[in-house]
Design a protein around this ligand. Sequence first.
Ligand SMILES: *[C@@H]1O[C@H](CO)[C@@H](O)[C@H](O)[C@H]1NC(C)=O
Ligand SMILES: *[C@@H]1O[C@H](CO)[C@@H](O)[C@H](O)[C@H]1NC(C)=O
Ligand SMILES: *[C@@H]1O[C@H](CO)[C@@H](O)[C@H](O)[C@H]1NC(C)=O
Ligand SMILES: *[C@@H]1O[C@H](CO)[C@@H](O)[C@H](O)[C@H]1NC(C)=O
Ligand SMILES: *[C@@H]1O[C@H](CO)[C@@H](O)[C@H](O)[C@H]1NC(C)=O
Ligand SMILES: *[C@@H]1O[C@H](CO)[C@@H](O)[C@H](O)[C@H]1NC(C)=O
Ligand SMILES: *[C@@H]1O[C@H](CO)[C@@H](O)[C@H](O)[C@H]1NC(C)=O
Length: 424
Amino acid sequence: MALAGCSWLLLSATFLSVGAEISITPEPAQPAEGDNVTLAVHGLLGELLAYNWYAGPTLSLTYLVASYIISTGDEIPGPAHTGREAVRPDGGLDIQGVLPRHSGTYILQTLNRQLQTEVGYGHLQVYEILAQPVVMANNTALVERRDTLHLMCSSPSPAEVRWFFNGEALPIAIRLGQSPDGRVLTRHGVRREEAGAYQCEVWNPVSVSRSEPINLTVYFGPERVAILQDSTTRTGCTIKLDFNTSLTLWCVSQSCPEPEYMWVFNGRALKNGRDHLNISSMTAAQEGTYTCIAKNPKTLLSGSASVVVKLSAAAVVMTIVPVPTKPMEGQDVTLTVQGYPKDLLVYAWYRGPASEPNRLLSQLPSGNWIAGPAHTGREAAFANCSLLVQKLNLTDAGRYTLKTITLQGKTETLDVELQVATLE
Ligand SMILES: *[C@@H]1O[C@H](CO)[C@@H](O)[C@H](O)[C@H]1NC(C)=O
Ligand SMILES: *[C@@H]1O[C@H](CO)[C@@H](O)[C@H](O)[C@H]1NC(C)=O
Ligand SMILES: *[C@@H]1O[C@H](CO)[C@@H](O)[C@H](O)[C@H]1NC(C)=O
Ligand SMILES: *[C@@H]1O[C@H](CO)[C@@H](O)[C@H](O)[C@H]1NC(C)=O
Ligand SMILES: *[C@@H]1O[C@H](CO)[C@@H](O)[C@H](O)[C@H]1NC(C)=O
Ligand SMILES: *[C@@H]1O[C@H](CO)[C@@H](O)[C@H](O)[C@H]1NC(C)=O
Ligand SMILES: *[C@@H]1O[C@H](CO)[C@@H](O)[C@H](O)[C@H]1NC(C)=O
């Protein structure tokens, strides 16, 4: 009873060990293509007659690599022999210069003297020496927030993929857009921070290879368009400028690429395509609103900024200059006026002090002028305050007074002494 039980146990133990313990392990464990590999066998028991090696998932004759007779050492190649395999006396299988196509399931089938067969399974994975991958992009110049970044890591071999951005492992924020196999990088509404050099790297346990960088440009802006004044970085709505001084206005913005510039003065476009505008000599004629329009040729977006430039109040000094300076008898003279108030309502010219009997003429708000009591028929006036006196005679020499009244009711008077040279 005890003996019978014992022998049953022994039998079943033998059966289990033979069936379960044939193990097949490749050496080296992670072979590269070209290596000499041995599929080493462990756990063979009993006196064996022959080995059959199969390269395939099932015991099928078409997968038979070779049969080996242990007593004679004879090896008979099967249909699946590739010319590189050799069975070892210990049951192992040598494969010389292994190729990726040697990857797969291997089965060893043994035959013992009782003509019983046992099988063991193993798996061989041959890793390729990876060729350099290439990053493919259908567009390397993208518009921020509008375009989709789409990069593909192209490599003919199966391998793990990782990405590099400007030489560093890709930040997680961008990695989120990876396809499951890691080969495609997608980012909708690409951002400017994502412009740079992208590389992909393929790797397996035996090799690693990184692509050449591909440069991605992301166009954006213009943003924060502003007008800066000369050397100062002060921006303001109004710039006060002294008479006859110069000023450079700079248009700045955040934009890629550099925007195209256009300047507008009091609603009128100026012929200036530069990022700056020079006011070389400030006069009342340069007073007004300067607008810079920055347009990005790639994003087709534009932005603008404006400043108002004004003459400093203290600097407005009115002067009267006769042209020519010393006219001859019989000649015409123009009493030209510089620095007259910009917001002029009306003015009047007097022959002598500013009193009504002396009034030569007045310029009306309509732009017309009307003659005064002292008008001789030879005087005319212009919108710029100038007084023209034609065909001078000697009695025209002497004092002339200009009186200006602004829209705010501010009155100013200024006189000039006209000299008339005699003929002779
Ligand atoms: C593989 O074995 C052959 C023959 O022994 C030898 O010539 C060759 O150098 C070996 N190759 C490698 C990669 O070890
Ligand atoms: C780039 O290619 C991908 C896949 O072929 C496509 O889905 C995407 O629309 C393409 N993008 C552009 C801008 O052509
Ligand atoms: C990418 O940019 C880098 C640095 O600006 C430059 O050296 C490299 O030549 C560029 N590569 C290509 C393919 O344009
Ligand atoms: C303006 O300045 C220049 C140089 O400083 C000077 O030569 C010129 O006379 C000035 N003009 C007026 C109208 O003040
Ligand atoms: C404006 O002035 C600067 C410096 O004086 C000069 O370099 C630049 O060429 C000028 N620009 C224009 C448009 O005249
Ligand atoms: C004033 O206007 C008249 C007529 O348009 C012109 O002849 C004269 O040169 C102007 N004077 C000044 C100082 O602008
Ligand atoms: C000069 O002109 C005034 C006004 O037209 C006239 O009354 C006067 O006779 C003229 N004098 C001479 C010398 O022509």
